[in-house]
Ligand binder design. Structure first.
Ligand SMILES: Cc1cc2nc3c(=O)[nH]c(=O)nc-3n(C[C@H](O)[C@H](O)[C@H](O)COP(=O)(O)OP(=O)(O)OC[C@H]3O[C@@H](n4cnc5c(N)ncnc54)[C@H](O)[C@@H]3O)c2cc1C
Length: 418
């Protein structure tokens, strides 16, 4: 066995630098540097006995970490947008010789040779393809979402221009804003706009008779959400589809006339279509790794379970992974934590012949917290229905959770996951 100084670093590829990707990176580096990892809340847990040389490469199409949970606020607030997008080079926790990042898109992965092809923009010369060899890979690339659920831009500068335009349009919409789609994103966008502009008429239009109609959550949670949305003076139109949007005539000061499927008409200056559309980003992986919808099939230990070679070196975490429960940022980070603990166990066994002890996910029941401007509502199996400050302070505060310890990717030193 080579001495630790002669051992070449394990090359770990992390695809996606958001909640799962950063949680995977930082917890793995903690463990390899001989520290208890930052998400480990077990006080009795000990730091690893040995250090392990590691080189983690994060590949993301974006030039930084974007707190997507804050997007419903950021589309109407320049200062929130500026806070929520941080370039990787400005994140203190990532400034380690063990971590580097590439802004690019993973185009394909060959599990057999453990090589990823990464397309990187090369300015005027078009695109450059990098062939990147790895020992372990964690796929953390989540779901492809469209505006307004996610940014269109890939750089901080472009994102600030994008949100500045959107914030300006909302501010100028004196005849009102209509948000279409009563899923989690539409509800939060309507509530955040109303909080930012209390005098603005904000209307949420949903085609079903119940909000959050596609979520497997208790009826009392859905009803409470509707009640609280109305209390915050968001107008809610249920059971009608938006059929057509046409320029309004001179009889009204509004710019747009909206025709609904039940014959009703609404007038507004701006329409935001928040009907959620998303697809898994797994096109770079072999088809055999994924289920028919494109989610990566995993074991409870987060290892690939489809019919691909070298499964023990391939993991998936976060929204991209096929696991029970509603897709959530907290769950994505939990997946990533367990995935890298298991990778670290394999590295230890390979170098020091230690016995492996793997962490395993358990099945997750549906749960959700929703920010509703100045207030919030949540449903968690352990707490039941929770409303107001308790849930708002737990998850969101004034910045949709950006500053919470849970999403603290700032500290260079480990923090405790809550
Ligand atoms: C508007 C909104 C509000 C939300 N609110 C909440 C909330 O309040 N609480 C909560 O828990 N959850 C919330 N969620 C869900 C939560 O955001 C997701 O569960 C979480 O983002 C999943 O994290 P992830 O790291 O798996 O993937 P993502 O956050 O989607 O990150 C994936 C990353 O991979 C990159 N990427 C994708 N494809 C490639 C590729 N081929 N090559 C390189 N990089 C790639 C992307 O650029 C991105 O940075 C919300 C989601 C939305 C859209």
């Amino acid at each position: 066995m080579p001495g630790i100084n002669e051992q070449p670093p394990f090359k770990v590829l992390i695809v996606g630098g958001s909640y799962a990707g950063l949680a995977a990176t930082l917890n793995l580096v903690d463990l390899c540097q001989g520290r208890k990892c930052r998400f480990n809340v077990d006080e009795a847990a000990k730091a690893p006995e040995h250090k392990i040389p590691v080189q983690v490469t994060i590949v993301d199409e974006r030039d930084g970490y974007f707190h997507i949970i804050g997007q419903p606020l950021a589309i109407g607030s320049n200062s929130a947008a500026s806070t929520f997008w941080q370039k990787f080079e400005d994140i203190p926790a990532l400034q380690s010789p063990d971590i580097n990042h590439i802004q690019g898109r993973v185009e394909s992965v060959d599990c057999k040779s453990r090589t990823a092809r990464i397309a990187q923009s090369a300015g005027d010369e078009g695109q450059k393809i990098i062939e990147h060899k790895y020992d372990y890979m964690v796929a953390c690339s989540g779901l492809r979402r469209e505006w307004p659920s996610a940014p269109k831009s890939l750089t901080r500068e472009a994102y600030l221009a994008e949100t500045s335009e959107s914030a300006q349009t909302i501010e100028n919409a004196t005849a009102g804003v209509v948000v279409v789609g009563g899923g989690a994103v539409g509800i939060e966008i309507a509530a955040e706009i109303k909080m930012l502009h209390p005098k603005l008429k904000v209307t949420l239009v949903h085609s079903r008779q119940q909000l959050l109609s596609s979520e497997d959550l208790p009826v009392e949670f859905k009803e409470k959400t509707l009640e609280m949305l109305k209390e915050s003076n968001v107008e809610v139109v249920m059971g009608a589809r938006l059929q057509d949007t046409v320029p309004a005539d001179e009889s009204t000061s509004a710019k747009l006339r909206l025709k609904l499927s039940d014959g009703r008409e609404l007038f507004a200056d701006h329409v935001i279509n928040a009907v959620s559309r998303f697809t898994p980003t797994s096109s770079y992986l072999p088809k055999e790794a994924c289920d028919p919808e494109g989610y990566v099939r995993i074991t409870a230990g987060l290892q690939f379970s489809g019919d691909v070679p070298n499964k023990e070196f391939h993991y998936a975490a976060g929204d991209l992974a096929c696991w029970s429960g509603i897709k959530r940022g907290g769950a994505a980070m939990h997946h990533a934590h367990f995935a890298v603990v298991n990778i670290h166990q394999r590295m230890m066994a390979q170098l020091y012949k230690t016995e492996t002890k793997f962490n395993e996910l358990v099945e997750v029941a549906p749960m959700m917290a929703l920010a509703l401007g100045e207030t919030a509502v949540g449903y968690f199996p352990t707490m039941g229905l929770t409303v107001g400050d308790t849930i708002r302070n737990m998850f969101f505060n004034d910045d949709l959770g950006y500053g919470s310890k849970l999403f603290d990717f700032q500290s260079q030193s480990p923090w405790n996951h809550c």
